[in-house]
Design a binder for this molecule. Structure first.
Ligand code: PEP
Ligand code: MG
Length: 570
């Protein structure tokens, strides 16, 4: 039997199903013992919750990483929030036992969060659900499923795996994770990827279909689950699993190497990050620098923007982690599909063509200057920090940003604060306008980085998030490839470095083309660093140039892609 869901963590897992069924948390038999006794029970349970989660936070920080443990410590902050506690005590004053108070207040918060437009806010509903289950288990003295002692080769199947359940997992026993809920950005997916356990989420009817001990194959790339597989299927997937594990292992050989083509040309291989813990992952993955720090993530999922001090600390931490390697920090790229509720950006008919990124920042100089000041201060400590402007369409935007940067420098100097003497200011080339005037922009910029995610959507006029036109969204379109070639040539002619931080930088089929055009720096997600280094190592200049000539002579995206996908490195 085959089931399909969302492939949330890559790889092949083969094993036997262990179902995690939710415990009975019925409290209808619990008597009300008066307000002061119930409040004391609530306090005691809160203290126990905090102690248990704190212990997990330490475990997870050591085993998985800080970002993952932040999910858990966030739950302590939520539960001990004075407003949440006051609501629970009010329910107790109204005659609820501690269990009833926890249940009612958590359900109310879950309802509020699950209606939010923002994915991250909706994720909060899962956190509150987790708090509810854990608090009720503590109050009712019900043991929660123990996932730290699972048999080898476990394929975990659950309706939902809450953050506190997932972090207790011993990855050496878990072959795969399956759930009925959650998407690629759910906490469960983030943790599964951090643990490198294959996962398929949002599998409809999962718990009705599986039984404990049932043999299962999980294909995390394809989002496929095969229950009771036939011997031939088992054999096929065992072979695929072995190949996948071998490939992963072999890639480790590229970890501490320079990024060189087969005939010895060195290029830079950087990582794209969105947080300090991503920077840690980038170092671990063997990245030589940071080619794109998406700072908008610092502004999301909070009620107000981060102040200068907080931003300064974050940029400084990333720079320190990178220990002298180059760090390119992109200024706030808000708008389009990246809404930030408190910035009150209003409704726009065409947000992708609207008041976003550099446009918004230049129109909100206070917000922009706070970020520029933080960057200048962080740059004082680390000479390798660079600033990059998103969605530039004209030279005037670069001039205006540079003027504001100088204004910030003068202010900081007058305040006696240390700031970077010279800090390179670069432009992201992600609009047809900037690609066409790359020669003019190159005179006023210290570097370029090509953002193919947006450059493709604007060049071929296809919304990158619209499933109905997804078939038309392709970087292999000759128009996009000509743009890329022209931008790299303009950068080279002006003597400034050109990088690429869009997803295409990690596409093996495009690597020969980018090498032939003369790209200086590839910036990819930390998970793609080693495979990109390996692919680059497979090409010589003559072979890459031949592949580029062949591909660039073809008239359609489909032909170009087919040509590049079948061209072998040699
Ligand atoms: C891009 O547009 O290619 C890019 C890297 O930026 P983002 O994906 O953040 O829009
Ligand atoms: Mg972009």
């Amino acid at each position: 039997m085959e089931l399909r869901g969302i492939g949330a963590s890559d790889g092949i897992g083969i094993g036997a199903v262990v179902c995690v069924r939710t415990q009975d948390l019925d409290y209808s038999h619990v008597p009300y013992q008066g307000a002061s006794r119930e409040k004391a029970r609530l306090r005691q349970a809160t203290a126990e919750f905090t102690a248990r989660i704190q212990a997990m936070v330490e475990q997870v920080t050591a085993r998985v990483g800080e970002k993952e443990s932040e999910i858990l410590s966030g739950q302590i902050t939520m539960l001990t929030d004075p407003y949440m506690i006051a609501q629970m005590e009010e329910a107790i004053d109204g005659g609820s036992c501690a269990e009833g108070a926890v249940d009612a207040v958590c359900r109310m918060f879950m309802e509020v969060f699950s209606c939010a437009d923002d994915e991250l806010m909706r994720q909060r509903a899962a956190d509150v659900g987790d708090i509810r289950t854990r608090m009720l288990s503590i109050l009712l003295r019900v043991q929660q499923a123990d996932l730290s002692a699972l048999p080898d080769g476990t394929v975990l199947a659950a309706r939902d795996l809450t953050p506190s359940m997932t972090v207790g997992l011993d990855r050496s026993h878990v072959a795969a994770i399956l759930t009925e809920t959650g998407g690629r950005t759910s906490h469960c997916a983030i943790l599964a990827r951090a643990l490198e356990v294959p996962a398929v989420l949002s599998v409809p009817g999962l718990l009705d279909a599986v039984r404990d001990g049932m043999p299962a194959i999980v294909d995390g790339d394809a989002g496929l689950v095969i229950l009771n597989p036939a011997p031939a299927q088992l054999e096929e997937y065992r072979a695929r699993q072995t190949a996948w594990l071998r490939e992963r292992e072999l890639l480790q050989r590229y970890r501490d190497r320079a990024t060189l083509t087969a005939d010895g040309r060195q290029v830079s291989l950087y990582a794209n990050i969105g947080s300090v813990s991503d920077a840690r992952a980038a170092v671990q993955a063997g990245a030589e620098g940071i080619g794109l720090f998406r700072t908008e993530f610092l502004f999301m999922d909070r009620p107000a923007p981060p102040g200068e001090e907080e931003q300064y600390e974050t940029y400084r931490q990333v720079a320190r982690l990178m220990a002298g390697r180059e760090v390119i920090i992109r200024t706030l790229d808000v708008g389009g599909d990246k809404g930030i509720p408190y910035l009150d950006m209003g409704q726009e008919e065409n947000p992708f063509l609207g008041h976003r990124a550099i446009r918004y920042c230049l129109d909100h100089p206070d917000l922009f200057k706070t970020q520029l000041r933080a960057l200048l201060r962080a740059g004082a400590e680390d000479g390798n920090l660079k600033i990059m402007l998103p969605l530039v369409t004209g030279v005037e935007e670069v001039r205006a940003a540079r003027a504001l940067l100088e204004e910030c420098r003068t202010e900081l100097q007058a305040e006696g604060k240390a700031c970077a003497g010279h800090i390179p200011l670069g432009v992201m080339i992600e609009t047809p306008a900037s690609a066409l005037i790359a020669d003019l922009l190159a005179r006023e910029s210290d570097f370029f980085s090509i953002g193919t995610n947006d450059l493709t959507q604007y060049t071929v006029a296809v919304d990158r998030g619209n499933a109905r036109v997804a078939g038309l969204y392709t970087t292999f379109h000759p128009a996009v490839l000509r743009s890329i070639r022209q931008v790299i040539a303009a950068g080279r002619a002006a003597g400034i470095p050109v990088g690429m931080c869009g997803e295409s930088a990690a596409d093996p089929a495009l690597i020969p083309l980018l090498l032939a055009f003369g790209l200086d720096e590839f910036s990819v997600s930390p998970a793609s660093v080693l495979s990109t280094r390996k692919h680059i190592a497979g090409w010589t200049r003559p072979a890459a140039e031949q592949a580029a000539r062949d591909a660039m002579s073809l008239p359609t995206a489909a032909q170009v892609e087919a040509c590049l996908r079948t061209t072998q490195a040699h």
